[in-house]
Design a binder for this molecule. Sequence first.
Ligand code: NI
Ligand code: MN
Length: 226
Amino acid sequence: MRYTYYGHSCFLVETNGKKLLFDPFISGNELAKNINIAGIEADYILISHGHVDHIADCVAIAQSTGAKVVCSWEIYEWLGKKGVTKAHPMNTGGQWHFEGFSVRCVVAQHSSGLPDGSYGGNPMGFIISNEEGSFYYSGDTALTLDMQLIPRWAKLNFAVLPIGDNFTMGYEDAVEAARMIGCNTIIGVHYDTFGFIKIDHTKATVTFEKAGCKLHLVEIGKSITL
Ligand code: NI
Ligand code: MN
């Protein structure tokens, strides 16, 4: 599986011939100013929750790529009013088999208002599985005991977790999350974008190393294969 980082919590995973884009927030991110939205290809766009730093470029990229959007029922309805009709509504606890991969929606301990104040439903995390393996994207979340359920559903190759603190768990809690989910290969997201979530990269990396885990802090615009 190939992971490409577009800044904040936006990333693309290419697996099994499909391109899955998560939480597109690029145009409003100063750190991602070199990313050309028009150049992004996607077959699916997965939205963890309604906050603007996860959905800002969803409509534009859905329209430019023709990708199918996977999101909560409430976000599905909201996107529909904005002209995005190629979408698949889900909710926490649900699983669906798409072409080339399955998605299981899991609990995220967060909130989910949409940019215009509309209710966005439950915030969610996703477990993606196929013949190449499985990975977990937690979305914005606190450390939560619900994460202990994840190993029952999937043996993870890697996980994408927020580490920026203030709005989500910080890197110390993310280490604990790595233990709960039974995965020692972690990609950090949701850090450095704004003043509230700036982190010390060395401290974060060492904290993971001490726990026997590898934290990947991928440069914006760069890819890694896992
Ligand atoms: Ni959020
Ligand atoms: Mn966020």
